[in-house]
Design a protein around this ligand. Structure first.
Ligand SMILES: [Zn+2]
Ligand SMILES: [Zn+2]
Length: 340
């Protein structure tokens, strides 16, 4: 079978490798049909991921069809359409025992710490699979994984319908957080530098958009909240500065949700956290969000196909990367398909 491997940073190739085999009764052979390209895949490609090792078959947003099972499998059957949960945890450490397996002490993510889904076949335990409606296109089903990230962010932000939420950044991540926050019926303010993203955010239900390049963010936030600031700020920009800025917009007793893998320190005075008694909360991957998010997609409560801008056959991976890296093209989600 063919696979896409990042041999070392900036060196990505299509390679020939052995088709994986089922080794125990709880495992399932999945024929991969589509996989999304995520910002973190690009970090691994560029050598800027603090967690990845090489060589690596990347890809953690993966859907496919069940092609082979053994007698130990009861949840899925042959021909089922499935999405693969990339998170692998130990079940024994403090985080796992506290029900927080997404931050397991020996966490592994398929496509990051071990080989992922940019290949024609994968073998995974059935516990990592979630069944898709056959009405969903492969490409749209890929979007379930990014929405598990969004669902996690909203649960870490403890967003309630009475809350006003400020989402910094209206790219694909910000847009999916917006859709989940609107599902909770919170009031949503979202910012970006790119006007087309803000237009898109309006269509997705944003109550107020802010163009950071032309408007005064703090003035608008204060005006929209009776000078209180917002109960929840979500930093989906993830720069040292955006994290610092978040403290200017948050209300007393509020929450700041952090998504960045930025290693550079931001300057935050202890006083800002103490005086407002803020919760500054990280949000990593997702904690058991696949059942809920898969149901949203299967029931058409969330429709994400408009967020997909380009689909490439997986053998055109170099063209896909070129497109993503072209600053003149405002792309949304780029997806690789593994069928003709
Ligand atoms: Zn991702
Ligand atoms: Zn663990």
């Amino acid at each position: 079978m063919k696979a896409i491997q990042v041999v070392s940073p900036l060196n990505i190739k299509i390679c020939e490798m052995e088709k994986p085999e089922i080794k125990n009764d709880q495992e399932v052979l999945v024929k991969v049909k589509a996989a999304g390209i995520c910002g973190s895949d690009m970090h691994i490609y560029h050598g800027t991921s603090p967690v990845a090792t090489y060589p690596r078959i990347i890809g953690h947003e993966v859907v496919g069809v069940v092609e082979e099972i053994r007698e130990g499998v009861s949840k899925v059957k042959l021909g089922d359409h499935v999405i693969i949960d990339p998170v692998i945890n130990c079940g024994q450490c403090y985080a796992c025992k506290s029900g927080r397996q997404n931050v397991c002490n020996s966490l592994k993510v398929r496509g990051v710490h071990e080989d992922g889904g940019y290949r024609e076949y994968m073998v995974v335990p059935e516990s990592s699979l979630h069944i898709l409606s056959k009405d969903l296109s492969w490409e749209e089903a890929v979007m379930i994984e990014p929405f598990t990230i969004a669902a996690q962010v909203c649960s870490r932000g403890n967003i309630k319908k009475e809350d006003t939420v400020f989402i910094m950044g209206a790219g694909p991540v910000g847009q999916s957080i917006l859709q989940v926050a609107k599902k909770i019926k919170a009031k949503c303010i979202i910012s970006d530098l790119i006007e087309s993203r803000l237009e898109k955010a309006k269509v997705l239900g944003a109550d107020r958009t802010i163009n950071v390049g032309t408007e005064n963010v703090k003035d608008i936030i204060m005006k929209e909240t009776n000078n209180e600031g917002v109960p929840v700020v979500i930093d989906a920009v993830c720069t040292t500065k955006s994290f610092e800025d978040a403290f200017n917009y948050v209300a007393s007793a509020g929450r700041i949700v952090v998504l960045g893998l930025n290693k550079k320190p931001s300057q935050i005075a202890q006083m800002h956290i103490m005086v407002k008694e803020l919760d500054v909360r990280g949000s990593r991957l997702h904690n058991n969000k696949f059942p809920q998010v898969t149901a949203w997609f299967n029931n058409r409560e969330i429709v994400a196909k408009d967020m997909i801008s380009h689909v490439f056959h997986f053998t055109d991976i170099h063209k896909a990367i070129e497109l993503i890296e072209d600053k003149n093209i405002e792309n949304q989600k780029v997806i690789l398909k593994f069928y003709e």
